[in-house]
Design a binder for this molecule. Structure first.
Ligand code: GUN
Length: 279
C-alpha cells in the first residue's frame, strides 16, 4: 500500500499559512494585490481564473479582474500590462494562457515585469531558477516540491526522472529537483527505452499529457510517483498520466488525480503573490 500524497490537505495548509502572513502584512498597512487578465472567454480559462479569484479572497489578497474581449489587440494588452507594471499597488500580474491566436504569447510573457511575474514564466525568472538566483518559480513544479517536502520524502541524492520537457512543468521541475540535490534525468517523446529509464527512478514525475500511460511496468517498487496530468477518460471520469490502479500497489508514495498536484498550483501562485507583496 502506497502512502497517498494528499494535495488537498497540503494545499490547504499552505493557504492557511499564507492567510496569516497576509493578515500580518495588512497590520503593517500593506495590501497584497494580484491583477488577473483574461482575454476572451475560453470556458476552461474562466474556471481557472474563477478559482484563482476565490483563492485570493480566502487568503485576503486583493484581486483585480481584467476580463477583456477576444478582439483585444496585442498593443492594447501590452498597454494594460505596462500600466500594471508601473502601479505600485499591484504586486502580481497574471495573464491567463492561452491568449487568442492574434496575440503573440511570448511578447506578453516578456512584457510582465519579472518582479511581478507570479507565474514564473518570464525568461528572467526561468534563467534565475537555472542559476540559483532569486526569482519566481513556475507554480506547478514548485507545488510538487512542496508535496514531496511536506510528505517527508527526501530528494537529495535520489534518482529523479521527469517525463516531459515543457517550459511550464518539465524544465522547471528538473531544475528544482536539481536544486534539491536530486540526480535528474529528463525524458521526452524521443527518449529511447523510456521504461528502463523510468524504472531507475526513486522519484518519478510524470507530465506527458497522455491519459493513464504510465503503468506498473514503468515503476520501481517503492518509488514515489507524482502525476501532473489531468484528463477526462471515455467515461468522463478524471484521470492522470499515471494508471493509478496499476501503480498504487507497488509505489512507495503516489499522488491521486484529482486531489494531488492540481490543488497545489493555485496554492503556490498565492505563495508567489504573497512573496511579491513582501518585496
Ligand atoms: N493556463 C493554464 N495554466 C496556466 C498557468 O499556470 N498560468 C497561466 N497564466 N495560464 C495558464
Amino acid at each position: 500500500m502506497a502512502q497517498i500524497i494528499d494535495g488537498k490537505v497540503i494545499s490547504q495548509q499552505i493557504k492557511d499559512e499564507l492567510k496569516e502572513k497576509v493578515a500580518a502584512l495588512k497590520n503593517e498597512g500593506k495590501e497584497v494585490c494580484l491583477a488577473v487578465i483574461q482575454v476572451g472567454n475560453d470556458p476552461a480559462s474562466t474556471v481557472y481564473v474563477g478559482n484563482k479569484k476565490k483563492a485570493c479572497e480566502y487568503i485576503g489578497i486583493k484581486s483585480l479582474a481584467y476580463e477583456i474581449p477576444e478582439e483585444t489587440t496585442e498593443e492594447e494588452l501590452l498597454g494594460i500590462i505596462d500600466k500594471l507594471n508601473k502601479d505600485d499597488t499591484v504586486h502580481g500580474i497574471l495573464v491567463q494562457l492561452p491568449v487568442p491566436k492574434h496575440i503573440n504569447e511570448e511578447n506578453i510573457i516578456n512584457a510582465i515585469s519579472p518582479t511581478k511575474d507570479v507565474d514564473g514564466f518570464h525568461p528572467a525568472s526561468v534563467g534565475a531558477l537555472s542559476i540559483g538566483q532569486k526569482g519566481f518559480v513556475s507554480c506547478t513544479p514548485a507545488g510538487v516540491i512542496q508535496l514531496l517536502k511536506r510528505s517527508g520524502i527526501e530528494i537529495s541524492g535520489k534518482e529523479c526522472v521527469v517525463i516531459g520537457r515543457s517550459n511550464i512543468v518539465g524544465k522547471p521541475m528538473s531544475m528544482l529537483l536539481l536544486r534539491e540535490n536530486g540526480t535528474v534525468t529528463i525524458c521526452h517523446s524521443r527518449t529511447k527505452d523510456l521504461k528502463e529509464v523510468c524504472k531507475r527512478a526513486d522519484i518519478l514525475v510524470v507530465a506527458i499529457g497522455k491519459p493513464r500511460m504510465i503503468d506498473a511496468s514503468y515503476v520501481k517498487e517503492g518509488a514515489t510517483v507524482i502525476d501532473v496530468g489531468i484528463h477526462r477518460d471515455e467515461n468522463n471520469k478524471l484521470c492522470g498520466d499515471v494508471d493509478y490502479a496499476s501503480v498504487e500497489p507497488i509505489a512507495g508514495a503516489i499522488t491521486p488525480v484529482p486531489g494531488g498536484v492540481g490543488p497545489m498550483t493555485i496554492a503556490m501562485l498565492m505563495n508567489n503573490c504573497v512573496e511579491a507583496g513582501m518585496n
